[in-house]
Design a protein around this ligand. Sequence first.
Ligand code: ADP
Length: 265
Amino acid sequence: NEYLCVSSENRVLVNRIEFRNVTFRYPGTKRDVLKNLNLVIESGKHYALVGANGSGKTTITKLLTGLYEEFEGDILINNISIKMYSQEELKSMFAVVYQDFAKYEISLKDNITLGNVNGYSTQRFQESIEESGLIELVQELPRGIDSYIGRIIKDSLDLSGGQWQRIAMARTLVSNASLRILDEPTAALDPVSESRLYENFEKINHGKTTLLISHRLASTKLADVIYVIEDGAVSEHGNFNELMTKNGSYAEMFHSQRRWYENEN
Ligand code: ADP
């Protein structure tokens, strides 16, 4: 039952998340990074966070995953304060890929499954490999999914940035966590691979709840709701068409990015 709140093994299914007037500064600093921030995430929809570097996007995901507890305002998960959940429960809710996700010096298989507290099936693992576009790599590797990758271990294989990104994607896909969070998942991909990955991501995450943080606004077109973060607060929200019609800061960023990409090419 997708709407059951807590399953037998501490796995919490998330129906709704709300940031209500959240204000936050990092411990030992004097500047508020989030300022009276409000946003809602509902199950089954796709969300995007966009905004300038340092506007607070990653900080939102850090608070959401329980990394910091000293904030003002409320973060509600299923209408209950985040502070009421254990770390185990919080871990079960989110599958997160950060920009600087760890490149563990272990086998390909462990890279994809490590830290997954909810368990997974062999079939799910296989699907994740296929959906993230790793099949060719697995076939090329001398020992398939048991091959060691990374630089530290002698004779292990070093992968390209794009391949690491696909592994990161597979990590979220293998997880049955309620919310899949991708923080700049395609930073290391070329534009063609990037759009293919997003199309794929959209397809395989149909009906799932996702939160995508991206600098490349073209990738946020598919989101049900885009939150524009400016200086620690939500300045605009809506889907792509609504924000383009509004002709505010999202539209401005979108146009200037398009010009930049056109000039690059
Ligand atoms: P974004 O993801 O939008 O680029 P972040 O949420 O990473 O922005 O950062 C927001 C602000 O918080 C930035 O000014 C950043 O320098 C600051 N910040 C991020 N992490 C820390 C930290 N661990 N300690 C102190 N300040 C931090």
